[in-house]
Design a protein around this ligand. Structure first.
Ligand SMILES: CN1CC(C(=O)N[C@@H](CCCCCC(O)(O)c2ccon2)c2nc(-c3ccccc3F)c[nH]2)C1
Ligand SMILES: [Ca+2]
Ligand SMILES: [Zn+2]
Length: 375
């Protein structure tokens, strides 16, 4: 009998009080909903649950610039008018607003990812889950795309103390530009992002020809996609690419960003994935039986985000959830939209603009690039 994986899980009771502001799509309350669904399905009994530590500025500056971290530490909503220049310099404002307790929010979501990989490095956990993390757009000295501190870069730097090679995988509908940029010139981290590309879709980077530079050439993999990709096309492509990546790069550890905005029915996404397809990617990466950090990311239809990440928590535990969501005190009514069912609700159907010939072209190009790997 193969021993069950030891799974640690980070959740901060106060995370839901963070509010990006009226009509901003990012709603940290989705994390409370995820946690309550995990409780409703009794999954916490199989997890080692931790409150994430508030990490320090010194930890932030292992990647971010001191100027940027200092500014994040002193800015508050009522002081914004006095710092118009810095707000622009650090790209703070509409997409990345300053809100109350923002820095504590950053300390906690980053602390969860760093402490998770520390447990993996110590060999006391096999799988670390931090749904509040995965903020992949944050740059060294700049906020971007709702992200302030890049917990993923900091977690990967921590894993590199223990492993020669780490693979980063990103199934958020947006390109994982912040993580790719941080490791674009090194052969010690392979970054793989699957994302919508074209039509000026944010952030606009991550083309098929963006493969890394200098020592990092061929160590960045980009899989640019069109609207409406469905489970069959995505999972088939994901397994093809990831099998090649794992065979040729042979990493010691994995970081998987599970942005849920690639699900059908997302408020700002345009793919057609179901819970099943999204979870199939998580299950596939689990099957390599390497130390793995799994994080959240985007996801803007709250009830579907909670369904997705509760379901993937079960997947990582090797468990299957029953279709009917167990009635529970908090937020149960949020799932009325699909008859209190686990199956996500997708109001509109988007045509799959990824033709078989396009997908084969992408597969061939990725395979060709990986053949050039030498390490
Ligand atoms: C000058 N600006 C650049 C332009 C832009 O289109 N930004 C993207 C940002 C999308 C960020 C996606 C974040 C993420 O899902 O990848 C994520 C979040 C955490 O981890 N990953 C965006 N902003 C919005 C938005 C912002 C405020 C209010 C309403 C909106 F729809 C939607 N999409 C506007
Ligand atoms: Ca992505
Ligand atoms: Zn996203």
């Amino acid at each position: 009998m193969v021993a069950k994986e030891r799974v640690c899980y980070y959740y901060d009771e106060e995370v839901g009080r963070n509010y990006y502001g009226p009509n901003h799509p990012m709603k940290p309350h989705r994390l409370c909903m995820t946690h309550n669904l995990i409780l409703a399905y009794d999954l916490h009994k199989h997890l080692q649950v931790f409150r994430p530590r508030a990490c320090t500025n010194t930890e932030f500056t292992q990647f971010h610039s001191e100027d940027y971290v200092d500014f994040l530490s002193k800015i508050t909503p009522d002081k914004q008018q006095q710092y118009v220049l810095e707000m622009q310099r650090f790209n703070l404002g509409e997409d990345c607003p300053i809100f109350d307790h923002m820095l504590d929010f950053c300390r906690r979501y980053t602390g969860g990812s760093i402490d998770g990989v520390r447990r993996l490095n110590q060999g006391v956990s096999d799988i670390a889950i931090n749904w509040s993390g995965g903020l992949h757009h944050a740059k060294k000295a700049e906020a971007s795309g709702f992200c302030y501190i890049n917990d993923l870069v900091l977690a990967i730097l921590e894993l590199l103390k223990q492993h020669a090679r780490v693979v980063y995988i990103d199934i958020d509908i947006h390109h994982g530009d912040g993580v790719e940029e941080a490791f674009y010139m090194t052969d010690r981290v392979m970054t793989v992002s699957f994302h919508k590309y074209g039509d000026m879709f944010f952030p606009g980077t991550g083309g098929l020809r963006d493969i890394g530079i200098n020592s990092g050439k061929y160590y960045s993999v980009n899989v640019p996609l069109n609207d409406g990709i469905d489970d069959k096309s995505f999972v088939d492509l994901f397994k093809f690419v990831m099998q090649d990546v794992m065979d040729s790069f042979q990493p010691g550890a994995i970081v998987l960003q599970c942005g849920a905005d690639s699900l059908a029915g997302d408020r700002i996404g345009c793919f057609n994935l179901s819970l099943k397809g999204h979870a199939e990617c998580v299950s596939f990466m689990k099957s390599f039986a390497k130390p793995i950090l799994v994080t959240g990311g985007g996801g803007y239809t709250k009830s579907n985000v909670a369904r997705c990440w509760a379901n993937e928590t079960a997947t990582l535990l090797g468990k299957q959830l029953v279709e009917h969501i167990p009635p529970h005190e908090n937020y149960y009514e949020y799932y009325a939209d699909a008859g209190y069912k686990l199956k996500a609700h997708a109001p509109v159907w988007i045509e799959n603009l990824n033709t078989p010939s396009y997908l084969n072209q992408v597969k061939e190009k990725v395979r060709q690039n990986l053949k050039s790997l030498t390490f």
